[in-house]
Design a protein around this ligand. Structure first.
Ligand code: ZN
Length: 249
């Protein structure tokens, strides 16, 4: 555990990350060296990731956006839900390791700098909310934490309470099939009733709502969360850290 917290160790393999100079080529390949103004995030990433782990990250290249069937919701994912990303996300979620939230935020910010820069004034970030009970059990909303950090890095407005999960739902991973998953989440999300002013402002200024979640498999959670926003006529896109969905080039 002490090793894990030491600044120069790789968060993925726990070996020293400080002494390997050849990371530059991997960082270039990942596209994180585009803008030198992002140094604090870059140095965080470098201190916490060794060259070998950087070279094995299951990044989805190049501009990995897609829509699920029968939907116009554009989804953007940085990683495939594979080793080591799946392991890191589980560690983060169940052991509350906030270093990992920082790591995910730093790499998502750096790889997609152009995207964040482009949306700076024209987007708000809205995390997928947890139900009250789940939030109490876990103590924090894992998607919101990462989203908040990225929003901070890119100076995009973060709206953690814009959406509400109005009833408790079973874990999607416990559902047997697509239909069960759909029923489980049907009408689960509403816009916070205190948000009339915000809705008007977002519409007037033609702002895009970026829905943010950690993982997507079938996309149903994102589609259900987008529904109340689309009904209000808002422009919605979705973003996830990782996807189990097969992304076809
Ligand atoms: Zn490593």
């Amino acid at each position: 555990m002490l090793n894990f917290l030491r600044a120069e160790n790789c968060l993925i393999c726990n070996l020293s990350a400080g002494s390997n100079f050849f990371r530059q080529s991997e960082l270039l390949r990942l596209g994180v060296l585009k803008n030198r103004n992002t140094n604090p995030h870059l140095s965080f990433l470098m201190r916490h990731t060794c060259k070998d782990c950087l070279s094995k990250l299951p990044l989805l290249f190049p501009e990995n956006t897609w829509c699920f069937e029968q939907s116009d919701l554009e989804i953007k994912a940085l990683f495939a839900y594979q080793e080591p990303i799946n392991r890191l996300l589980l560690n983060y979620k169940f052991y509350h390791n906030l270093y990992l939230a920082n790591w995910f935020a730093a790499i998502m910010f750096l790889v997609w700098q152009k995207y964040w820069f482009y949306h700076k004034k024209q987007a708000v970030v809205v995390p997928i909310p947890l139900g009250k009970k789940r939030l109490r059990q876990r103590g924090f909303n894992q998607a919101a934490k990462i989203a908040e950090l990225i929003a901070g890095f890119s100076e995009i407005t973060f709206l953690p309470d814009f959406l509400i999960r109005q009833r408790e739902t079973a874990r999607q991973t416990e559902m047997r099939n697509m239909t069960a998953r759909q029923t489980n989440l049907k009408d689960a999300f509403i816009i916070n009733p205190d948000s009339d002013y915000l809705i008007r402002k977002i519409k007037q200024e033609n702002v895009t709502v970026i829905l943010f979640d950690d993982v997507t498999t079938t996309g149903i959670t994102l589609l259900e969360a987008a529904k109340p926003l689309l009904i209000q006529g808002l422009k919605v896109r979705a973003m996830v850290v990782a996807t189990e969905h097969q992304v076809i080039d």
